[in-house]
Design a protein around this ligand. Structure first.
Ligand code: GLV
Ligand code: MN
Ligand code: MN
Length: 422
C-alpha cells in the first residue's frame, strides 16, 4: 500500500490499469476491423457497457444509484471521509455514436474509476466523497437532444418529457430504459454535487497541433440542431421538364450547400453540418417526394448562432416558395454557449502545472455533460489531445501517455476539490 498522507502530490494513477479498462469497455460493441465502438444509447450494447462499469464500481466499494433516466452515479468514501458532505463528482458518458471511437466519454468515466482505485489502494481518504457518474444518451445520436441524461439530472428537462422522446428508429426513451433494466429509482433532478470535473479527449486538432498535453476548457460553444422535412412531388426522372419539378432532393442539396457557405461566410467559430439526410423513395429514376435532414449549427457566440439560425430559416422559406415544396422545421436541440467556473478553470491549469504540464486554455467545440452540470455547481473540463483531431470516427486515438497525464491531473484536482486527504 502506498502512503497518501505524506505527500499527496506524489500519488499517481496506473496508466496500465486505465488502458485495460478502456480496452475492456471497447470490446463491447466493437466495430470489427477497427478500434472503434458502436454503443448507441439504450441499446443492448449500451446495457452491456453499463453492466460492466457498474460492476467495476461495486468492486471498488462504491455505492451505486440509478435514476429515472438511467444516469448511474457511484459514490466512494475512504475510511475517514465525511459521507454527509456533498461529493465532488467526475464522469462523462459511455454511449457512443454508431461509428464512434473508444475514448469519447468512456475515458472520463473510466479515469474516474482509476482515481478511486488509486486512492483506495493508497489507503487515502478525501475529506468529501468522490462520485463517478455516467450520464444517459450524451451523444444524442439516437435520441435528441444530446446531453439528455445530464440535462434531466440538473432539472433542465422534466423526467416525463425525457421518457417520452422518440428516437431515430421510432423507439421511445422510457420503453428502451425499461428494456435494458436501467430505469432506476434515484430522484432526478438530483441534489447538486460540490463540484464537477470532466476529463475528455479534445476531439479536435488544437492540442495535438500545438503540442500541448493538457487543455483547460473555458467553456462550450452553443449548439443548435434542427430537423427539416421537405415535401415535394415524386415524378418520372426522364419525362418531367426541369422547370416543372418539385424536387425535395434538390432542395435538400441546396440547403446542405447553404449551411456550408453560411458557416464559411460567417467566419469566427461558426460551424455548420448536415450529417443526416434521407430521401424518399430514394430511387435513381424517381424525383424525390420527401427529404428529411438534420442540421447542426454551433458557435461560441450566442448572437451569431441566432443569426445563423435566422439566415437558415429565411433561406428555407425562399427556396420552398421558389421550388413549390414545403419545408417544415423541428427543433431537436438548442443549448446556449456555456462558460465554466473561472476559478475552477484556473485550478485545472494550476494542477496541470504542478504536474509539469503547461495547459492550453480553450473552448470546447463538442457538447459535454459538464456544460449541464455547470448550471448547478462549479464545473470545468480537462482536455487531452486527439491525434490529428479525429473523433466520432473509429480511428479516434489518444497517446496512452496523454491518457495517463490527463487522469493524473484529474486525480489531483479531485483531491483538491474534495478538501484534501484526511
Ligand atoms: C456530442 O458529442 C456532440 O458534441 O455532438
Ligand atoms: Mn463525449
Ligand atoms: Mn461524442
Amino acid at each position: 500500500m502506498r502512503s497518501a498522507s505524506a505527500s499527496p502530490l506524489a500519488l499517481r494513477v496506473s496508466g496500465r490499469r486505465l488502458l485495460d479498462r478502456i480496452d475492456e469497455l471497447a470490446a463491447i460493441g466493437a466495430i470489427e476491423g477497427t478500434q472503434g465502438c458502436a454503443r448507441l444509447a439504450l441499446t443492448d450494447a449500451d446495457r452491456r457497457g453499463r453492466d460492466l462499469v457498474t460492476a467495476s464500481m461495486r468492486d471498488l466499494g462504491m455505492e451505486v444509484a440509478v435514476d429515472g433516466v438511467g444516469n448511474v452515479v457511484g459514490i466512494w468514501c475512504g475510511a475517514a471521509t465525511d459521507a454527509s458532505l456533498a461529493p465532488v463528482m467526475t464522469g462523462s458518458h459511455i454511449d457512443t455514436v454508431r461509428t464512434g471511437g473508444r475514448y469519447d466519454g468512456n475515458l472520463g468515466v473510466l479515469a474516474g474509476l482509476e482515481v478511486v482505485e488509486t486512492l483506495s489502494e493508497a489507503g487515502a481518504s478525501p475529506t468529501r466523497p468522490i462520485a463517478v457518474a455516467f450520464f444517459t444518451n450524451e451523444e444524442g445520436a439516437r435520441f435528441p437532444p444530446d446531453m439528455l441524461g445530464s440535462l434531466v439530472y440538473v432539472g433542465g428537462m422534466p423526467l416525463e418529457d425525457a421518457l417520452d422522446i422518440t428516437g431515430i428508429d421510432g423507439t421511445n426513451v422510457g420503453a428502451e430504459l425499461e428494456k435494458i433494466g436501467y430505469r432506476g429509482a434515484a430522484p432526478c433532478p438530483a441534489t447538486p454535487p460540490h463540484a464537477f470535473v470532466e476529463l475528455h479527449i479534445e476531439q479536435g486538432p488544437v492540442l495535438d497541433t500545438e503540442g500541448f498535453v493538457i487543455g483547460a476548457v473555458e467553456g462550450v460553444q452553443g449548439i443548435s440542431w434542427t430537423e427539416l422535412t421537405i415535401v415535394g412531388q415524386s415524378n418520372h426522372a426522364g419525362t418531367t421538364p426541369m422547370h416543372l419539378r418539385h424536387d425535395a432532393g434538390y432542395v435538400a442539396a441546396a440547403v446542405t450547400t447553404f449551411v456550408r457557405d453560411l458557416a464559411l461566410e460567417s467566419g469566427g467559430t461558426q460551424v455548420g453540418t448536415v450529417g443526416a439526410l434521407t430521401l424518399h423513395p430514394n430511387l435513381v429514376n424517381v424525383i424525390a417526394s420527401r427529404a428529411t435532414m438534420r442540421v447542426d449549427l454551433r458557435n461560441t457566440d450566442e448572437a451569431r448562432l441566432g443569426e445563423a439560425e435566422a439566415r437558415l430559416a429565411t433561406f428555407c422559406d425562399e427556396l420552398a416558395a421558389r421550388e413549390g415544396v414545403t419545408v417544415e422545421a423541428r427543433r431537436l436541440a438548442r443549448f446556449e454557449p456555456v462558460d465554466f467556473d473561472p476559478s475552477l478553470v484556473d485550478k485545472v491549469a494550476a494542477t496541470a502545472a504542478a504536474l509539469g504540464h503547461r495547459a492550453r486554455r480553450m473552448p470546447s467545440g463538442a457538447g459535454h455533460d459538464a456544460q449541464m452540470l455547470a448550471r448547478v455547481c462549479p464545473a470545468a473540463m480537462i482536455f487531452i489531445p486527439s491525434v490529428a483531431g479525429i473523433s466520432h470516427n473509429p480511428a479516434e486515438f489518444t497517446d496512452p501517455a496523454h491518457l495517463e497525464a490527463g487522469a493524473n491531473v484529474l486525480l489531483h484536482l479531485l483531491i483538491d476539490l474534495a478538501g484534501g486527504l484526511c
